[in-house]
Design a protein around this ligand. Structure first.
Ligand code: AMP
Length: 284
């Protein structure tokens, strides 16, 4: 497994691979890998002849009061896990080489990023789309895999690819969960045992909404309330939002008549967690 730090060297590697006729898959990550990341990598391995993964804690997607400094980092551990896939090339740049002094260009998806996480994290998605655009230009992938766990991010990246004619296929991948339902996240490492238990209210809330939907409930307000009740039952969980939105446009909807996403964000102790499920009405 090759490890590359320099963007220019990564571009040379990718260009050479393309000239050989290889198909390149990219899995962008911020590291501290778990089974969610590895599921994306295994699928990338299956779909391409060269599997690239990036490990980069992207400073531009963190707000000034967020956890950039404390975000868990362990490249050696990540490399051991990536060897098992196996990943062919790891792109692990230094922040200074990704953002040169005087950089002034941003990629911003406007509408899709207004509500949900975009409301509480101004500038977050602009940082995400900018770094993903840069990674596409550096790693030159034919396809890139993203988790539905970060649902709004997946929507924003799809929109960016469409709007800016990126020649990259976006492959969405299902959320990988712990056995008890907690969506895997590098940030779960921040949780104390009591918080870990309280965090289960997110997936429990989403399941409550799903059960109501299966029973025939279609009102967004009622479905969201079913999820919110589970979260609010739990001491030490601060709900940021519980929303039901159109699964493609992320527009607010009064009732579910087409695929919809139920998305939640909550603070558990000092840790901000997100989760979501997609509800699919069966066509009549
Ligand atoms: P991150 O390192 O958290 O920025 O995530 C890197 C990629 O892994 C993103 O496409 C995430 O959506 C995806 N990912 C993170 N957690 C999960 C999960 N539990 N299941 C599936 N994909 C995930």
């Amino acid at each position: 497994m090759k490890i590359i730090e320099s963007p220019a060297e990564m571009q040379r590697f990718a260009e050479t691979a393309r000239l050989r006729g290889e198909k390149i898959a990219l899995v962008p990550t911020m590291g501290y890998l778990h089974e969610g990341h590895l599921s994306l990598m295994r699928e990338g391995r299956r779909r391409a002849s060269v599997l690239a993964a990036s490990v980069f804690v992207n400073p531009t997607q963190f707000g000034p009061r967020e956890d950039l400094a404390s975000y868990p980092r362990d490249l050696q551990r990540d490399c051991r896990l990536m060897e098992t896939v196996p990943v062919d090339v790891v792109f692990a740049p230094r922040p200074e080489s990704m953002y040169l002094a005087g950089a002034q260009t941003w990629v911003e998806v406007t509408e899709l990023t207004r509500g949900l996480c975009g409301a509480a994290r101004p500038g977050h998605f602009r940082g995400v789309t900018t770094v993903v655009a840069k990674l596409f230009n550096i790693v030159k992938p034919h396809l890139a895999l993203f988790g539905a766990k970060d649902y709004q991010q997946l929507c924003a990246i799809r929109q960016m690819v469409r709007d800016l004619n990126f020649d990259v296929e976006i492959v969405p991948m299902p959320t990988v969960r712990e056995d008890d339902g907690l969506a895997m996240s590098s940030r779960n490492t921040y949780l104390s045992p009591a918080e870990r238990t309280a965090a289960l209210s997110l997936s429990r809330g989403l399941e409550a909404a799903r059960r109501a939907f299966v029973r025939g409930e279609r009102s967004s307000t009622v479905l969201a309330a079913a999820a919110r009740r589970e979260l609010e039952r739990e001491q030490g969980v601060g709900v940021e939002y519980v929303e039901v939105r159109d699964a493609i446009s992320l527009q607010e909807i009064a009732a579910v008549s087409a695929p919809a996403v139920v998305a939640v964000a909550a603070r558990v102790g000092g840790t901000r967690l997100i989760d979501n499920i997609v509800l699919e009405p069966v066509p009549k």
